[in-house]
Write a protein that binds this ligand. Sequence first.
Ligand code: NAD
Ligand code: TYD
Length: 390
Amino acid sequence: MFSTIVITGGAGFIGSHVVRLFVNKYPNCHIINLDKLTYAGNLANLKDVEGKPNYEFVKMDICDFDAFYKLIQDKKVDGIIHLAAESHVDRSIKDPFTFARTNVMGTLTLLQAAKLYWESLPEKYEGKRFYHISTDEVYGALQLTNPEGVPAPFSTKASSESQHEAYGKDFFVETTKYNPHSPYSASKASSDHFVRAFHDTYGMPTVVTNCSNNYGPYQFPEKLIPLFINNIRHRKPLPVYGEGLNVRDWLYVEDHARAIDTIFHNGKIAETYNIGGFNEWKNIDIVKVLIQTVDKALDRVKLETTETGETIETYPDMDLITHVTDRLGHDARYAIDSRKLQRELGWEPSLQFEEGIEKTVKWYLDNQEWMDNVTSGDYQKYYENMYSNR
Ligand code: NAD
Ligand code: TYD
């Protein structure tokens, strides 16, 4: 059992779900949320746990070696779960340096500090763990059809086995060669290599996971799903890149957090696990599902009678779909094979996509204040005032 765990990036989207899970599930473990509070970090994501006795927030940049080295010694940290990163592909295309700094140098900073501290202890690496959270994007992109021309499954309810039978082997597995295309995925790939190098060179007990696209509450509205829910609500255009035929494999964020818990405690040292829900969707189909779900929730659905006298539902916000110039280097398809994790550690996603999307849409519609705060930038000003002189 771990006594003190640092979770980096805990004020971000996935990190906040991981912090919440760990604080509630492990009351005897001290959980330190370490976050720089960039534009993507928001402590409002953690209001429900901030008063818990085993929770502590530390505002810190993961590139600050001295501060982190001191912290882990002072707090006797025995576990590190590393999520802090620059995470948005579009931003990485505009500003790759920030991604190299945070994702590569930041990860290396944490590794080196943990190495020096843990190696200074009598028990050394015994009972310690460095868990690095990565993405499926490091593997590159898959084809939209396999070599026999069979289209990707795009199924929402098929089991992992039936998806495999239907589509052969064209999924990312743990041994798929790294082939990143965007500055974001290149920086994550580089950080993954450093983590593995620290195991292979120094014997650090590391584990790496590569997860598919996450969705759910508290995601910053620059990513597809929260951006589009908010735009539909306010009847703003929905900028679909290109034809919208790119495929992403979506996982509900709480299922990812559960997988992280399972792997942190029971995963094998030096292993890689892929995390995903066998849930592929073309972007354009997701957009249509989002419009239908939001229009239903906001009572905007219209009933029309066809020429044959049939009554059908129509969704007025379909008009918001606007095809815009494609993203540079836009990866065609991501699809994760997570059967190793299911087989070895018994993890499975708990939610079907339809249920997850309904929960997600409801959460964003019910939490307009959170959305307004994040989009207005007020919370950024608040943090500047709050922390600038500390
Ligand atoms: P996010 O952008 O919502 O949150 C990132 C967090 O890291 C923020 O709280 C931010 O303040 C913090 N941060 C950024 N730079 C920092 C620095 N220099 N020092 C300290 N803190 C810093 O990201 P997310 O979507 O929650 O992703 C979390 C992790 O999971 C990332 O490593 C990402 O690569 C990985 N991942 C994300 C997805 C996804 O779909 N979102 C999928 C697979 C893997
Ligand atoms: P995103 O949420 O940025 O995640 P990632 O790029 O890491 O997969 O984008 C998901 C998909 O949606 C991706 O194929 C790009 C596309 N997309 C749009 O079509 N329009 C948008 O405004 C955004 C943000 C994304």
